[in-house]
Design a protein around this ligand. Structure first.
Ligand SMILES: O=P(O)(O)OC[C@H]1O[C@H](O)[C@H](O)[C@@H](O)[C@@H]1O
Length: 427
């Protein structure tokens, strides 16, 4: 297998059902691609790989290399779309235990308001050479701004005038406090385009700069995005897996399957699901509509939430990201006494056993009336990750328009902020 494959064989969705929603899906796709829908001014991500300023891209690679070679650790400050994609990419490509095995180490801040977390982070980086990438489209998000104020002070204390050469900002072209502060202090800045919202921004400097700093090959990532764009903008229902995935999930949702669980069998893919949850949750959860996006990590969670999936309320469908070639592997050793009764799998590779666990789980859940969709990825590298991100973003746009909502706004997130600011006494 040399491409991302969508397998709907266990989805309980029949071909005639797929055909019955085809017109709706194709209309939604046309609305998205021809920029005829609501918030179409936020669809710059569709072609960003081509419209991106080449000079800025070269600067991203240059600064990424600088960070990569000039610190022991760098901190990514951001929340939501301003960090989830970068975290997902760094963990998926650098792999498990990357902070122990690779340099520089990567830390995250500005994604919560916990004093305990920030204090411990400061402690953890105290004796390290540090760089900072601060990311905020609005430039005013409380979590990020607050953490940045504290981290910035520490950087200035430690590096004095040199601090400005170790701080990089990714923000709006013209507006926002972060832009003003970056200009005043002389930080290198990169632009988040106006026509791309936070949760679609992993393909912009928001994702690219942290990836480059972590030593990830961004050229390959962009090649994956372009390959995604070429394939997933095809206006052919049966030959475009975004249309098919959007169709299947909408059919299942209309049948009462209100929760979609994104499942992985590789710990390095856990954060892909976190990114995916924001993408689909903020895009589709509005006007009293939407599929609730959740995630589980198998086989770990088969020993906890597996019970609910198998036997609980029948409101779930399961979408598995399965990595065909997980890379590194280990073999089960043979033991003469066989006390643990594992000799029947001696000589087998763990990745093979993981695959059998997946097949067994899929069958069991299917028997438990849980529809299953499989997204098969040949390997978790920069190319396929770029393509996977594009696949999900395109599906999300089509799915949202199919469901009659605006996939590019998030009005609901303001409610908590208003209350919080009032409680904090902001004028
Ligand atoms: O990049 P920022 O402007 O700081 O926004 C960060 C995040 O926070 C907001 O509240 C939105 O709900 C998200 O869509 C956004 O990604």
């Amino acid at each position: 297998m040399e491409d991302i494959v969508l397998d709907l064989n266990g989805s309980f969705v029949a071909l005639d059902e797929m055909n019955s929603i085809k017109t709706e899906i194709m209309n939604a796709q046309e609305t998205l691609l021809d920029k005829k829908g609501i918030s179409s001014e936020m669809t710059g991500w569709i072609d960003f790989m081509d419209t991106m300023d080449k000079k800025e891209y070269e600067e991203i690679k240059k600064c990424g290399k600088f960070i990569n070679e000039n610190c022991d650790a760098f901190i990514i400050l951001g929340i939501g779309g301003s960090y989830l994609g970068a975290k997902a990419a760094i963990e998926a490509v650098r792999g498990d235990f990357h902070n122990e095995l690779k340099s520089p180490q990567v830390y995250y801040a500005g994604q919560n308001l916990s004093g305990a977390y920030l204090k411990k982070l400061v402690e953890a980086i105290k004796n390290k050479e540090v760089c900072v990438i601060v990311i905020s489209k609005s430039g005013t998000t409380l979590e990020t701004a607050l953490s940045f104020r504290i981290i910035r002070n520490l950087m200035e204390e430690k590096y004095k005038d040199e601090a400005k050469n170790r701080i990089f900002a990714v923000t709006d072209k013209n507006k926002g406090a972060l832009k003003t502060m970056a200009d005043l202090n002389g930080y290198k800045t990169f632009v988040i385009p106006d026509d791309i919202g936070g949760r679609y921004s992993v393909i912009t400097p928001v994702g690219l700069l942290p990836m480059a700093a972590a030593g990830i090959n961004t050229d390959e990532f962009i090649r994956g995005l372009k390959s995604g764009r070429n394939e997933y903008t095809k206006r052919d229902f049966h030959d475009n897996i975004c249309c098919l995935y959007a169709a299947a999930r909408n059919i299942l949702s209309r049948r009462g399957k209100e929760i979609e669980i994104l499942v992985n069998y590789e710990p390095c893919c856990i954060s892909i699901a976190e990114w995916w949850k924001q993408l689909f949750g903020e895009s589709e959860g509005k006007d009293g509509k939407g599929i609730f996006p959740a995630s589980l990590n198998f086989t770990t969670d088969l020993h906890s939430m597996g019970q609910f999936v198998q036997d609980g309320r029948k409101i779930i469908f399961e979408t598995t990201i399965f990595v065909e070639n997980a890379g590194d592997d280990m073999e089960v050793p043979y033991e003469g006494d066989d006390f643990d009764k594992l000799n029947y799998i001696a000589g087998k590779k763990l990745n093979y056993i993981n695959q059998k666990a997946f097949e067994g789980t899929f069958m069991a859940h299917s028997e438990g009336d849980v529809p299953g969709i499989i997204i098969r990825i040949p390997a978790m590298n920069e190319f396929y990750l770029g393509k996977l991100f594009y696949f999900f973003m395109m599906t999300c746009g089509i799915s949202g328009y199919t469901n009659g909502i605006d996939p590019f706004t998030q009005p609901g997130v303001e409610a908590y902020k208003k209350n919080m600011f009032r409680l904090l006494g902001r004028q």
